[in-house]
Design a protein around this ligand. Structure first.
Ligand SMILES: O=C(O)CCC(=O)C(=O)O
Length: 284
């Protein structure tokens, strides 16, 4: 048996083992939470390594091929509205499906990746429920923008714990239409009529051109709160931008009644305090 005296520093070998098992120590996790609470977003570098990303990209491409070959479905999720016309001249494409984990076991496992989970739990605590994921492929030269908006409009939760994590399958540069945010804008709280597809006095005060550009490499994850004003420019580059966005809420939160947006109710970590027999048996 091995004992450490109260108040004494643990020996180096034990620290090394702990850092291997739990790479983010308390201090690092607090720093992530502090940054997220201050800025409303956090760029987590290198969550997935090159080998993982290569395999995830193959499955991403396979999903895109599969949805595009199902001819009866529309897979271009280009938004509507005047701001879209201003940004893309009325013509652009974004390939999209919800819930990559309903296509691919590898993508389901990516959501359980310890490095991803550690940052998520640093930000929102130990109980984490997956609301949905969404795949976005912004094609080269004509990839759609997303006007600035707040996400809460689409899936409001009772305690407003919802965050997004954009998993970068490819790099995303400014020219490729990477995500842009207004740091600190999550402190505005719920502002009505900020879904980005309708004219809004508030959104007019936050032009996308002045938002902070968050470039990322493949394997990075950009997390942001669902009040954070965000959007992205068209992909004007020669490269395809590939991302999967995971939308997550805390296990003591729940989606407001009457909201019909897809909700997986899938516990990624800890516990879902609002699960009931009915909710677990809901029809998708
Ligand atoms: O991936 C992007 O460019 C933006 C996506 C977005 O804003 C959203 O899904 O709410």
């Amino acid at each position: 048996m091995f004992f450490i005296q109260a108040g004494a520093e643990p020996p180096a070998f034990l620290c090394n083992i702990m850092e291997t098992l739990f790479p983010l120590n308390h201090k690092a996790m607090n720093a992530i939470k502090e940054a997220f609470d201050r800025d409303g977003y956090y760029l987590a570098k290198g969550i997935y390594n090159a080998t993982q990303i290569k395999a995830l990209e193959q499955e991403f491409d396979r999903i895109v091929d599969q949805i595009r070959s199902a001819k009866q479905e529309s897979v271009n999720a280009r938004w509507a509205g005047k701001e879209m016309e201003r940004l893309d001249g009325g013509d652009s494409v974004i390939y999209h499906t919800h819930n990559v984990q309903q296509f691919s076991g590898l993508w389901l496992r990516a959501l359980l990746e310890p490095a991803f989970s550690e940052v998520v739990t640093a930000i929102m605590g130990e109980n984490v429920v997956l609301h949905h994921t969404k795949l976005f492929q912004k094609p080269a030269e004509k990839g759609s923008p997303f006007p600035m908006h707040q996400d809460w409009n689409y899936f409001p939760s009772v305690k407003d714990t919802m965050i997004a994590g954009i998993i970068h399958v490819s790099e995303a540069t400014d020219e490729m239409g990477c995500i842009r945010v207004y740091p600190g804008s999550h402190k505005l709280g719920r502002i009505q009529n900020t879904d980005g597809q309708n004219e809004s006095e508030l959104l007019a005060q936050y032009p996308i051109e002045n938002a902070t550009v968050i470039e990322a490499e493949a394997g990075d994850v950009v997390f942001f709160h669902y009040f954070t004003l965000h959007g992205s420019m068209p992909n004007r580059s020669q490269k395809v931008r590939k991302t999967v966005l995971a939308q997550l809420y805390a296990g003591d939160d729940r989606i407001e009644d009457g909201i019909l947006h897809p909700d997986e109710h899938l516990v990624l970590n800890g516990w879902n305090h609002h699960a009931t027999r009915n909710s677990a048996g809901h029809k998708k």
